[in-house]
Design a protein around this ligand. Structure first.
Ligand code: ADP
Ligand code: MG
Length: 308
């Protein structure tokens, strides 16, 4: 684009808090065919709240919460914070956690009062050798409502399910609709479980879901979409690498998202996100409003049109 068109586009964006870091970011925004959005903190508010605690038969609710909160107090995960706040609101007594271990993409483990306690997803429970038993049906029910389900195991047995809700941002559905109006496909990318992700994606009108992705795998998923590879439920299709390659933008907020933001043709950071995401991105949405994603693509297209 001409320097004048770039200046106009950059200025237009800046007025709406859409900060393009350079001319290349503005130009690349024009050609985006797929927008990949992180779930937690991007499509949702990133303010998780505990809504349900379901204990296994024979387990004492406050005792399990005491063990779980002791582990989560040492974790920096946003879900951990919600669990700790819930335990404190119930006035659960404190306990000391030792040998704390963070397991990325899974959860955390520690020893509390001589018990081995693990708090995280199904994969972590499986690693602990715990089947869900009578809790399996309740897990599925909770996930079907769009809750994130955290499983607590004590000494290798499932002790409780913790249901956690994180409301969608007010404008997430409208942003998806606007991207569709621009002819852009929308994909959700998340480490959360498949059923939870699908429920939320369905409500927002999102085309496809790539769930249960480990933190280190997010960038590879973007590369796969760029090659036109089928991902998630396979609605993303296209030709192989080369000139037919799909141009993919990634929108994220977390430390986990940074490699994916770097891999994408345009990396877009939520302004309220982590410093690493903001530093890595090609453009930053200062208002943290998903509707500014279609705005950015429109500004890019307008800029390119002016140079022709
Ligand atoms: P996302 O990419 O969605 O932010 P993560 O990769 O951080 O997800 O975590 C994936 C899943 O692992 C979470 O949805 C949750 O089920 C589980 N998990 C990770 N850390 C914790 C924790 N500290 N407490 C409970 N569950 C956790
Ligand atoms: Mg996030």
């Amino acid at each position: 684009a001409t320097p004048t068109a770039i200046m106009v586009g950059t200025g237009l964006g800046a007025r709406r808090g859409v900060l393009f870091k350079n001319a290349a970011a503005l130009e690349a925004s024009a050609g985006i065919q797929t927008v990949v959005m992180d779930k937690t903190g991007t499509l949702t508010k990133g303010e998780p709240e505990v809504t349900d605690v379901i204990t296994a038969p024979g387990a004492d609710r406050d005792e399990v919460l005491r063990l779980v909160a002791a582990v989560e107090r040492q974790s920096e995960h946003p879900l951990a914070d919600a669990v700790v706040r819930h335990a404190e609101a119930r006035g659960v007594r404190r306990a000391e956690a030792r040998h704390f271990e963070n397991v990325p993409g899974h959860g955390a483990t520690a020893v509390v009062d001589g018990h081995r306690v693990a708090v995280g997803n199904r994969r972590l429970a499986a690693r602990e050798g715990a089947g869900l038993g009578p809790l399996a049906a309740q897990r599925d029910e909770l996930a079907a409502t769009g809750r994130t389900v955290v499983i607590a195991t004590v000494d290798g047995r499932a002790a409780a399910l913790v249901g956690i809700a994180d409301a969608a941002r007010d404008t997430s559905a409208a942003a998806v609709a606007e991207l569709h109006a621009l002819g852009v496909e929308v994909v959700m990318l998340t480490g959360d479980n498949e059923a939870t992700a699908r429920r939320i994606a369905g409500r927002l009108g999102i085309d496809s879901v790539i769930a249960e992705v480990l933190p280190g795998e997010k960038a590879a998923k973007i590369a796969e979409l760029q090659r036109g590879g089928a991902a998630g439920d396979g609605s993303a299709s296209g030709s192989a690498s080369g000139p037919g390659r799909r141009r993919v933008a990634m929108v994220g907020d977390g430390v986990n998202d940074a490699p994916a933001l770097a891999q994408a043709d345009v990396g877009i950071a939520i302004g309220a996100g982590t410093d690493v995401a903001i530093e890595t991105a090609d453009l930053v949405l200062m208002r943290s409003d998903p509707l500014d994603v279609p705005t950015a693509l429109r500004i890019g297209r307008g800029t390119l049109r002016k140079m022709r």
